[in-house]
Design a protein around this ligand. Structure first.
Ligand code: MG
Length: 357
């Protein structure tokens, strides 16, 4: 069969000639031949299948750069890539849904950032940080107070890590004493920006600390809501009705590979680059994840550094958090378990129970 003009090919593929020209320019779908004299694009009927694939991927909202990747893959790998894209869309949508609900309430005058007189919730908390068995110093830092819970895992080695994690906690600490006037998420985001500025100043004033940075996972209680800020590979977990949910997403290379279906979680756990962070508070661009949780009496939260969860399995975490009542006993038990498992890294955990006051 001969080549089709752009008009006939557009009709057959149900794409507009304008779209076809765009896809050509973007390298998504090159014409089989371009007439050297007229410049007309000519298409092979065998290209119809790829044209339809591009059209479908556009309809599910996939960005053009990612479509290019899918088009170059064999069918089975393309299917995986589309699945990975969609699960990312769903998790982004879920985060946006929570923020939207919050904004609607906030703008309708139901100021959820203000304490609600009907529900007086508080937290019962405990915190423990331990150097572990192999490290010489503890570069983790943590904080737990009546409103604020935070874990930071410093990077940069030697003094740098310690300075960085302490600076991040210092930037958040005022939030425990005085609730911000505006909304919680803004307050947390602002604190992260301050921590990020602090990192830059420290690195500039002391060249031996260059390369310092820190993870930060923190929660702030106000009224019936808990705001969460997260950057790096420390984690927050929620124990509700006997089930343990990881509510943060690691900003690591291996997690991205797992999300894309290129590594299994087991392979990620033993990957040589498993601790490589894609995001941290390091004086450069530090964009945290933000989310809101409804504070529900009976919920138990765990914030921890990777020194805990890389050694103690999620099932074991769930078991201890379910079986042990007092938060102080829980953090002691968890640190002991990580040390019994070799304690290769600093171990830090904060456990907090949401309680009716
Ligand atoms: Mg660590």
């Amino acid at each position: 069969m001969g080549l089709l003009t752009i008009g006939s090919f557009a009709r057959a593929s149900r794409l507009s000639p304008k779209a076809l020209r765009l896809y050509d320019e973007l390298g998504l779908l090159r014409p089989a031949r371009v007439d050297p004299l007229s410049g007309y694009r000519l298409y092979d009927p065998r290209q119809l299948e790829q044209a339809r694939l591009v059209a479908w991927l556009r309809r599910i909202g996939m960005p053009l750069a990612r479509i290019r990747v899918v088009c170059e893959l064999p069918a089975a790998a393309a299917a995986k890539e589309v699945a990975a894209y969609w699960s990312q869309v769903e998790s982004d949508t879920e985060a946006r849904r929570r923020l939207t609900t919050f904004l609607i309430d906030y703008l309708s005058g139901k100021d959820t950032a203000m304490p609600d007189a009907r529900t007086t919730l508080g937290i019962r908390y405990a915190v423990r940080s331990d150097v572990g068995k192999l490290r010489e110093s503890n570069e983790d830092a943590a904080y737990a107070g009546p409103r604020l819970l935070a874990v930071a895992d410093g990077l940069g080695g030697h003094a740098g890590g310690e300075v960085a994690s302490a600076a991040a906690i210092d930037a958040l600490r005022p939030l425990d004493a005085e609730l911000p006037a505006g909304d919680l998420l803004n307050a947390l985001e602002h604190a992260v920006r301050q921590a990020n500025d602090a990192m830059r100043h420290i690195a500039e004033s002391d060249p031996s600390l260059r390369g310092l940075g820190t993870t930060l996972t923190a929660m702030l209680l106000s009224g019936s809501q808990l705001a969460l800020v997260h950057i790096g590979d420390s984690r927050a977990y929620l124990l509700r009705d006997g089930e343990l949910f990881q509510i943060t997403h690691d900003h690591t290379l291996v997690q991205t590979l797992v999300d894309d279906g290129r590594l299994t979680p087991d392979e990620a756990a033993s990957h040589p680059q498993r601790s490589l962070l894609l995001r941290a508070i390091d004086g450069k661009q530090s964009e945290p994840d933000l989310q809101l949780q409804d504070a529900i009496a009976g919920d138990r939260y765990l914030l921890c550094s990777d020194g805990l969860y890389t050694v103690v399995s999620a099932e074991k975490l769930r078991e201890v958090m379910t079986a042990v009542a007092d938060p102080e006993d829980v953090v002691r038990k968890l640190v002991d378990l990580a040390n019994q498992g070799g304690g290769p890294d600093n171990i830090t955990c904060v456990v907090a129970d949401v309680v009716q006051l």
